[in-house]
Design a protein around this ligand. Structure first.
Ligand SMILES: NC(=O)c1ccc[n+]([C@@H]2O[C@H](COP(=O)([O-])OP(=O)(O)OC[C@H]3O[C@@H](n4cnc5c(N)ncnc54)[C@H](OP(=O)(O)O)[C@@H]3O)[C@@H](O)[C@H]2O)c1
Length: 270
């Protein structure tokens, strides 16, 4: 994607819900289908993004997760960040990766950073708490002592299972005007939003690397039969160093039947 194409996508985001997305020049880009739904998703739009290896891993067993995605996969992640109001990670990702969650690889504004830290175990030396970047919002259970009082903290009542309802988290963010959301990980956090039926779109970005063992990008509750597996409607994008499966989780089961798999659309190669 060249700079002009990216600037057109960014301007679609700035136009927001006033735009019908029919800007003809934007449609000329092979990547517009990948980014336009995010750029236009102003009312309430939740994207989840996983960068993984060919064998579905996001890190080694010892936690090395720095270079799973190729450079275009990293750019893709940063483009997704630049198109949303807020990026959400679980505290497990902060402990493991100490990310800054900013937009650096492409032009764009960094989103508000949200950490789900139900039980108050956020590392107090986490980079994002001290880097002076985009605002940080910590989400805690209402029965836990404030962990990071110098940052905005949303206190949310626990569900009977002790967890926080993802819908309550989205509602609290929405009250602050944060309605387009990227759930960036890790596996536990994405799974809780998926399980609650709150993900509109899932991007699985696959890099040609085989890690062999290690954590997966999504951990949903187990199923016995493949017929119960999710088979979302997908479009495949060759972005260069990585391949992105853009899964529309709202479109129903367009690729529901095994015999329909050969109809999966492949966008233009990079
Ligand atoms: N490649 C990628 O795309 C990518 C992106 C991000 C992260 N990662 C990798 O993912 C791994 C971390 O994943 P993870 O699954 O272990 O951790 P995680 O999803 O980052 O964090 C999970 C923790 O967050 C809290 N949490 C999240 N949602 C919650 C909810 N609805 N209610 C209550 N608490 C909630 C819980 O904290 P408590 O346990 O304190 O209750 C939970 O254990 C790391 O290896 C990281 O490198 C990969």
């Amino acid at each position: 994607m060249n700079d002009d194409q990216w600037q057109r996508i960014l301007s679609l985001r700035q136009q927001g819900s006033r735009s019908d997305g029919s800007v003809s020049a934007d449609r000329a880009s092979p990547f517009s289908d990948l980014y336009r739904p995010i750029a236009l998703g102003r009312e309430r739009f939740v994207l989840a993004q996983v960068g993984q290896s060919l064998d579905g891993r996001v890190a080694t067993p010892s936690g090395d997760a720095k270079e799973v995605s190729g450079c275009n996969g990293i750019e893709h992640l940063h483009r997704c960040r630049a198109l949303v109001d807020a990026v959400i990670v679980g505290v497990g990702t902060v402990v493991a990766d100490n990310p800054s969650l900013s937009v650096r690889a492409v032009p764009g504004v960094s989103p508000v950073r949200v950490v789900i830290d139900c039980n108050g175990r956020m590392p107090l030396n986490a980079k994002m708490l001290h880097d002076g970047g985009a605002p940080v919002i910590v989400v805690q259970a209402s029965d836990v002592v404030l962990r990071c009082p110098e940052h905005e903290t949303l206190q949310i009542d626990r569900q009977p299972n002790g967890e926080l309802a993802p819908a309550d988290i989205l509602a609290a963010l929405s009250e602050r005007g944060l309605t387009s959301i990227l759930v960036e990980g890790g596996a536990t956090t994405i799974a809780r939003f998926m399980d609650a039926g709150l993900i509109d779109r899932l991007h699985v970005s696959i890099a040609p690397i085989i890690i062999g063992s290690g954590p997966a990008g999504i951990n949903l509750p187990p199923i016995d039969l493949l017929r119960d597996a999710k088979r979302p409607s997908v479009t495949v994008h060759n972005i260069g160093t990585d391949i992105v499966f853009d899964c529309d989780l709202r479109a129903g089961a367009a690729a529901d039947k095994l015999e329909d798999r050969d109809k999966i659309p492949m966008a233009y190669p990079a």
